[in-house]
Design a protein around this ligand. Structure first.
Ligand code: IPE
Ligand code: IPE
Ligand code: MG
Length: 248
């Protein structure tokens, strides 16, 4: 059965998703902003701005479809290597999103968290991020992890340092302990990782946590990823048979 044909709008409802097969944690590599802009003869930054416009729709759709945790990859440790002007624009975008959207996110019950290292981020922006996290810490409709200056290898190094500093003995080092010291802490691992724009790689995203994730790689560039695209991703996920190394 072709579950993933183009779904007419009226069929895109939570009732049409098998409830026991909705992923708890969805993680998204929001890729293709630059190509989206180039296709339209616009500067890359216009693509990055467009790539924030669809976020509100995606957050609402997550709540509607029953996703509890959404993690978005917004800026990688490798993205510092882009031209200074683009890096600065990406910082400004995060600043503007917090300034313009924080109240509404809070009202809608979104709990904001950050994954990554903020020490390299300029002080004013860093404080805005801390404020957003503090303001929303008791919300529980949706957890939104924003991976910003995030790298999976850097995260593992950070966890190892913490473990060493806390004086754990070799025999006390377990998978649970390492997971606990990652930026995702005690959140469950992602069930589904979506990377837009047709690229087939993780680019240093959640490399520990993704060990048993399902993957989905739609062709659309991130600014075109909307509620319908999320629904399609969830339908694909619902068809997967997750075995975790066991047999049926
Ligand atoms: C993803 O879009 C956003 C960030 C990495 C910040 P890109 O900027 O990577 O867009 P493409 O891949 O060049 O099209
Ligand atoms: C990954 O996308 C990082 C983010 C989406 C923030 P990139 O576009 O930076 O990754 P590569 O360079 O294609 O691997
Ligand atoms: Mg890219």
């Amino acid at each position: 059965m072709d579950l993933v044909r183009e779904t007419p709008d009226e069929e895109i409802t939570a009732e049409n998703l098998p409830p026991d097969k909705v992923p708890t944690h969805v993680a998204v590599i929001m890729d293709g902003n630059g190509r989206w802009a180039r296709q339209r003869g616009l500067p890359r930054i216009a693509g990055h701005r467009a790539g924030t416009e669809n976020l509100r729709e995606i957050l609402r759709a997550c709540v509607e479809f029953g996703v509890k945790i959404l993690t978005i990859y917004a800026f990688s440790t490798e993205n510092w290597g882009r031209p200074e002007e683009e890096v600065q624009e990406l910082m400004s975008i995060l600043r503007d999103v917090i300034d313009c959207e924080l109240d509404e996110l809070h009202q809608e019950g979104v709990q904001l968290r950050h994954l990554g290292d903020l020490s390299k981020v300029e002080e004013e922006l860093r404080h805005k991020i801390y404020h957003a996290i503090d303001l929303t810490k008791n919300n529980d409709r949706l957890i939104l992890n924003v991976a910003f200056n995030y790298g999976g290898r850097a995260e593992i190094i950070h966890a190892i340092r913490e473990i060493v500093e806390h004086g754990y003995k070799p025999e006390e080092i377990t998978e649970e302990l390492v997971s606990h010291y990652l930026y995702t802490g005690d959140l469950p691992d992602p069930d589904l990782i979506i990377r837009t724009s047709g690229e087939l790689r993780l680019s240093n995203f959640l490399i520990w946590q993704s060990a048993y994730a399902e993957y989905y790689f739609p062709e659309v560039y991130w600014p075109d990823f909307n509620r319908q695209e999320l629904y399609k991703a969830l339908l694909h996920y619902a068809q997967r048979d997750r075995r975790f190394g066991l047999i049926e």
